[in-house]
Design a protein around this ligand. Structure first.
Ligand code: ADE
Length: 230
């Protein structure tokens, strides 16, 4: 899989992709992440990539030309399944969206900034708009890192134990059950006996019940229409 991220602030994105499973995925050759600095596509003497909004109002708008040049260059090199714009008014990210995107070949993610992008970019180039939640960040970079992380960890081979992504919270519209590790008793606080029993069936049942209990308590909305409740 290949992910191309277009941004006005490339430095913000270097950290997340140099660390942890994102780096492992890259080192294993399972994903290629390319970060493109929008300023390199500024075709004017001041290297500018933003301008005032027509009609007035506070805030700068990312202009269409550098974005067009960057997206068009990428598209001339390969086909893309989606060109995604990170924006608070997009569809809200959930596990289902990440699952679907982990199956595609190539995606472009455009990070918004300032007051946003010229609307014609959204009309002409963007195939999908995604928000990571009902709050406004100062730019789309952190949102793009969140989206890319949630996709990349699902690519087979990225996580050591492939089943661990399947048992994540939200995969069955259920929150994950609690987990424990050594020691079995710490300052008198004990790990539930069933987890020490070695009885696989009982452990599975316990985990499912805990998932259900936790979901009912914390996120009852997830259970609407969920088979586990029936
Ligand atoms: N850019 C600014 N805020 C955002 C959000 N909540 N989701 C995605 N992109 C954003």
């Amino acid at each position: 899989m290949r992910i191309d991220i277009i941004t006005a602030l490339p430095k913000i994105l270097q950290g997340p992709f140099d660390q942890s499973i994102l780096k492992i995925a890259n080192d294993k050759g399972l994903v290629e992440v390319h970060i493109h600095d929008l300023r390199e596509y500024a075709n004017n003497k001041h290297n500018s990539i933003d301008d005032y909004a027509y009609g007035g109002g506070a805030g700068m708008v990312l202009t269409i030309e550098p974005i067009d040049l960057c997206i068009s260059k990428l598209k001339s090199e390969r086909d893309y399944d989606e060109v995604i714009y990170m924006t608070p008014d997009g569809e809200k990210l959930n596990q289902n969206i990440s699952n679907g995107l982990s199956l595609v070949e190539n995606i472009i993610i455009l990070c918004g900034h300032y007051k946003g992008v010229d609307e014609r970019v959204r009309e002409q180039f963007i195939t999908r708009e995604i928000s990571i939640g009902d709050y406004v960040l100062s730019g789309g970079e952190l949102a793009a890192a969140v989206l890319a992380d949630s996709i990349i960890r699902l690519i087979p081979g990225v996580l050591n134990d492939e089943t661990s992504a399947l048992t994540d919270s939200f995969q069955d519209n259920l929150l994950a059950p609690p987990v424990y590790s050594r020691p079995a008793k710490y300052k008198g606080w004990k790990v539930p006996d069933v987890l020490l029993s070695g009885h696989e069936k009982n452990i599975e049942t316990w985990r499912f019940e805990k998932s259900l209990e936790r979901t009912r308590l914390r996120r009852p909305d997830l259970l609407d229409g969920n088979d586990a409740e029936k």
